[in-house]
Design a protein around this ligand. Structure first.
Ligand code: AMP
Ligand code: MN
Ligand code: MN
Length: 331
């Protein structure tokens, strides 16, 4: 099948689901709550509908999401391709972000579905459902399950809530809509325990995450005009504190919250020598997805990322200069 520019309808996706038996569901490397949550949500719904389902992630299940019901189903990619007719990529802006081993594991699939909310998604599936207005892929999955009258078992219910909660900064970002709250209300009526799930998501961090925050605060810098704040994580700190990739998830919100700051950036040395850049904007005039695209990255207008070559000092200099240029051009 050729790549399709137009969005598939829920009904077209429903047809594919009805006509096939075996599915492999994938999400992006270094998975966040929306990636894992969307996989579990769709995976357990399909399983409850009698389908054969495998849930694969290049980096496996992060420790901070292990509290999710059914999370044991998330596997790292097996060496041999999986016997699945349909591959479904969730929350993944570009196909390579699924990871090489995952792509190999899914290589027997004859049809690819690409369901995502990244505006930069180039529609790499045979069928694509890209809704860049949706605050999270989890919310797209919710709408899909309702439209197709698929089951919503407890695993799915909880996973949708966590997917959307983590991608909206606890239902705070401007992408949050009335529909998002209606969805949350519906999930609560279906038996979701709000207190428990929020406590597991936000009140249960390992101590080393606070040690990381302390180390990051020591590197905090702000531009002379106060519009940009940034901090950095070097590999020696990561090794010293025995950090796991998910430990920094969400910490960037701390510097995004500074009065006057419009753009926040986080620079991180990875083991492979690459630099991971996270950016957040508080101002729609400064589109961090566009800035990320200059370096081959992507994401959303207000939250985007890059994986680029180091060294970290050089990457920082280039990206900060691009942010400055965007502020001068659009400020
Ligand atoms: P992060 O800062 O890692 O939380 O990512 C912010 C947003 O940008 C998320 O929606 C990511 O999926 C997306 N993103 C992060 N890194 C990249 C990348 N290298 N290429 C495309 N999208 C990315
Ligand atoms: Mn994600
Ligand atoms: Mn997402």
């Amino acid at each position: 099948m050729s790549e399709s520019i137009q969005n598939a309808t829920f009904e077209q996706i429903g047809e594919i689901i009805r006509q096939h038996e075996s599915f492999v569901i994938l999400s992006h490397v270094r998975p966040d709550g929306d990636a894992i949550g969307s996989q579990l949500a769709l995976g357990f719904a399909l399983k409850a509908a009698g389908k054969k389902v495998r849930l694969i992630n290049e980096d496996g299940l992060p420790e901070n999401l292990a509290f999710l019901r059914g999370s044991y189903k998330i596997e790292t990619p097996p060496a041999e391709p999986i016997d699945a007719e349909i591959a479904i990529a969730l929350d993944t802006a570009t196909k390579p972000r699924l990871g090489e081993k995952s792509l190999h594991a899914a290589s027997n699939a004859k049809i690819w579905l690409n369901i995502d909310h990244h505006i930069s998604n180039p529609r790499y599936g045979d069928l694509n459902l890209i809704d860049d207005i949706s605050p999270a892929t989890g919310q797209i999955i919710y709408e899909l399950l309702l439209a197709l009258h698929l089951p919503i078992p407890d695993e799915t219910r909880d996973a949708i809530y966590v997917a959307v909660s983590t991608d909206t900064g606890s239902f705070q970002y401007p992408s949050t809509t009335a529909r998002t709250y209606e969805m949350a209300a519906d999930l609560i009526r279906r038996g979701l325990d709000v207190g428990e799930i929020n406590s597991s998501t936000y009140d249960n961090h390992p101590f080393r995450r606070l040690e990381l925050l302390r180390a990051l605060l020591n590197t905090l810098e702000r531009s002379a005009d106060g519009l940009i704040a940034h901090w950095s994580l070097t590999e020696d700190v990561r090794t010293d504190l025995k950090l796991r990739p998910e430990d920094s998830e969400g910490l960037i919100d701390t510097i995004r919250s500074i009065e006057g700051v419009r753009v926040a950036a986080f620079f991180e040395e990875l083991f492979d020598g690459k630099i991971r850049v996270s950016m957040r904007s508080k101002d729609i005039r400064f589109n961090v997805c566009q800035i990320a695209a200059e370096f081959g990255g992507g994401g959303h207008a207000l939250a985007a990322g890059i994986r680029m070559t180091g060294p970290i000092e050089e990457a920082r200099e280039k990206v900060l200069a691009a942010i400055q240029r965007a502020i001068v051009a659009h400020g």
